[in-house]
Write a protein that binds this ligand. Structure first.
Ligand code: AMP
Length: 402
């Protein structure tokens, strides 16, 4: 199948056309600063010249219009007609507890996604915009929605409920949802391949460590627990997000500093995590690493706290899954930071995990960084959320035809 993957942000649209049979990318690219000054379009076909241009892009509809013209253009095009595209897969941030897998988008599904917008007021409306724009220019093409939350819908009740009155779950749908589902799913499948075992027989911890971070326990290919919660603010500390804290702190800071709840939430989302804990040195692990190796106390405090927090989740997942076969690092920090991986692995010695320092220093792409005698394999796997969406589209389309 030829699947066009669309990932809409508030002022951006990333795309990729994938031949799913052999999982090859035909063309990829993006639109940036949609609706504002400095609009930019990048179009990068695998066999052909990459081109980019500065262009004013009025809205997401215009972006899709430009995209379909480029895809079918006699010079730059990669398909003769849009009919060659079998389906479009849309990334949707929040599927609430209604979507446990990707679905073909009909009117009823779109209504449900609109309802979930209460849970993701910034992201879901933008995702819907992308869907509507594609429906306008490709009215005869199958549209599929794939959700960041759906992979975690397999969490058991004891993992997803909060210890608050049950009526808040029943009436307001307050529960732990989890995010980065496409990344965790993709990486878990790649890890099972590295283990050379059917995923149904594996216990894997996937560590998606980037600007946003979440750590997931994947048992038999299913998410059984994850560190993020009702929102992506929960779990371990991140670039600028605090991760989980005692909720009384919100009230305390508001009272001490005469701030509104919204102002305190802004601190927890944008001024905390590595950035806040390093005394505003940086949220970027590249900067913090450069300072860490020079002995900077602010950088050491922040990165050690991050490693400690992730180690605690991994340790708790040993208990949750009754053991672990593999731990896999992915995303911007997980794939690129020798230091963060080292700080975590060194803390896991008690579980019989040994660490190959040289292999860790030399990681390029997929790699094994555990020692030969390690009781648990440790891998690095580059994430590929678009490929994960394309795989889910194939499943959804196949299921819809049965
Ligand atoms: P992501 O959200 O997955 O795109 O991750 C972005 C983050 O990855 C950046 O903010 C950096 O902290 C981190 N990162 C990217 N490249 C490197 C690198 N070469 N070394 C260490 N950290 C990196």
């Amino acid at each position: 199948m030829k699947v066009l993957v669309i990932n809409c942000g508030s002022s951006s649209l990333k795309f990729r056309l994938i031949e799913t049979e052999n999982e090859t990318v035909i063309v990829k690219g993006l639109f940036e600063r949609i609706g504002g000054e400095g609009g930019h379009f990048v179009y990068n076909p695998t066999s052909g010249e990459k081109y980019e241009k500065d262009i004013f892009i009025k809205d997401h509809y215009e972006a899709v219009n430009i995209l379909v013209s480029a895809l079918t253009d006699p010079e730059t095009g990669v398909v003769k007609s849009l009919d060659e595209i079998d389906a479009v897969g849309h990334r949707i941030v929040h599927g609430g507890d209604k979507f446990s897998h990707a679905v073909v988008l009909d009117d009823a599904a779109i209504k449900e996604i609109e309802k979930c917008a209460d849970l993701a007021p910034i992201h879901n409306p933008v995702n819907l915009l992308g869907i509507r724009a594609c429906m306008k220019y490709m009215p005869d093409t199958i549209m599929v929605g794939a959700f960041d939350t759906s992979f975690h819908q397999t969490m058991p009740e004891e993992a997803y409920l909060y210890g608050i009155p049950y009526e808040y779950y029943k009436n307001e749908r307050i529960r732990r949802y989890g995010f980065h589902g496409m990344s965790h799913e993709y990486v878990a499948h790649e890890t099972a391949k590295l283990l050379n075992r059917p995923i149904e027989e594996t216990k894997i911890v996937t560590c998606h460590i980037g600007n946003g971070t979440s750590i997931t326990a994947v048992k038999g290919g299913k998410s059984v627990d994850t560190s993020m919660g009702f929102t992506p603010l929960a779990g371990v500390l991140m670039g600028t997000r605090s991760g989980g804290i005692d909720p009384e702190i919100v009230k305390y800071i508001a009272k001490q500093e005469n701030k509104s709840v919204q102002e305190v939430m802004d601190i927890l989302n944008n001024k905390s995590g590595l950035y806040g804990l390093s005394d505003y040195l940086s949220s970027d692990v590249r900067d913090l690493t450069a300072e860490y190796v020079k002995g900077n106390e602010n950088a050491k405090r922040a990165l050690n706290r991050l490693a400690y927090a992730i180690t605690k989740y991994i340790g708790s997942y040993f208990a949750v899954m009754g053991g672990i076969d593999a731990i896999t690092f992915t995303a911007g920090v997980g794939e690129n930071s020798w230091l963060v991986r080292k700080l975590i692995c060194e803390r896991l010695g008690g579980f019989g995990i040994t660490f190959d320092e040289k292999a860790n220093d030399e990681v390029r792409g997929t790699a094994t960084i555990s020692g030969p005698d390690s009781k648990v394999k440790v891998f690095v796997v580059p994430t590929d959320e678009e490929m994960s969406i394309a795989r889910q589209v194939v499943q959804a389309v196949t299921a819809s035809k049965k």
